[in-house]
Write a protein that binds this ligand. Structure first.
Ligand SMILES: *Cc1c(COP(=O)(O)O)cnc(C)c1O
Length: 243
């Protein structure tokens, strides 16, 4: 009998999953008249162990990862092969953790209040840096979710545009759970229109390039409605195991 108790785990399913996802991304891009290369795939790595993440980076060409929690990212980062890999924070950020994270990531996608944007700009100034951010939109106006309501954001735009040490690269959203495709597409459409409206605005620290929407269950629809960065976790790594 062969006892194989210490062999490396087989991660080949991650490669297979990524192959399927990349081809679906390409198909959705082409269907909507865009170049597949204009759509970026983020591997969402919350709760995923470092050896799996490193496999995705080293063996499957993943070059953009997203983590939700400051503490989790900081404790994993020294064990990750991050050369040439972009790191984004995508989860709610408490203002008292801003200082810890801004020098460690390339973008904060989850800027969900004027106050947070303010604190990021202040801490960035101390570092002599400009931090790239996305504004997170609560497109369904859900009470349970973080993010700007469109109305609140409209009132905050002027102030955000005066923050010298943040550069607003675009928008991010997590739409409400929808019972049907039409409803979901309506939210993606609203985001698409809002993105284009702000892209054409003249705010001096706005440099719109990223519309971040679409997750494991809906990335192809999101791409059809203009998303150019999809954030995919469980479809790559399998269902998350929360401790
Ligand atoms: C967890 C998470 C994702 C990925 O979710 P999946 O459904 O596993 O693809 C994307 N975006 C954010 C902000 C997340 O927290």
């Amino acid at each position: 009998m062969i006892i194989n108790s210490f062999s490396n785990e087989d991660f080949s399913y991650i490669k297979e999953n990524l192959k399927v996802i990349n081809s679906e991304i390409a198909e959705a891009a082409i269907q909507s008249g865009r170049n597949p290369e204009d759509i970026r795939l983020m591997a969402v790595t919350k709760t995923v162990p470092c050896d799996k993440i490193n496999f995705a980076i080293n063996e499957c060409g993943v070059n953009l990862i997203g983590e939700n929690k400051v503490q989790e990212f900081l404790s994993k980062k020294d064990d990750l092969c991050l050369n040439g890999v972009e790191k984004h924070l995508i989860g709610h950020l408490q203002t008292n953790k801003v200082k810890k994270i801004i020098s460690q990531v390339d973008m904060i996608q989850s800027v969900d209040s004027l106050n947070l944007a303010n604190v990021i700009s202040k801490e960035a100034q101390k570092l002599g840096k400009t931090i790239n951010i996305l504004l997170e939109i609560n497109v369904g106006n859900e009470e349970s979710k973080t993010g700007f309501d469109k109305g609140v954001l409209a009132q905050s735009l002027e102030q955000i545009s005066n923050l010298e040490f943040v550069c607003v690269k675009g928008l991010m959203t997590i739409p409400p759970v929808c019972n049907n495709e039409k409803e979901l597409e309506k939210y993606f459409q609203v985001m698409n229109e809002y993105y284009n409206e702000l892209k054409n605005s003249k705010y001096k620290n706005f440099d719109f390039q990223i519309l971040s929407m679409g997750m494991s269950g809906d990335y192809t629809q999101a791409i059809r409605f203009g998303s150019n960065l999809v954030r995919v976790g469980s479809a790559i790594f399998g269902a998350r195991k929360y401790k």
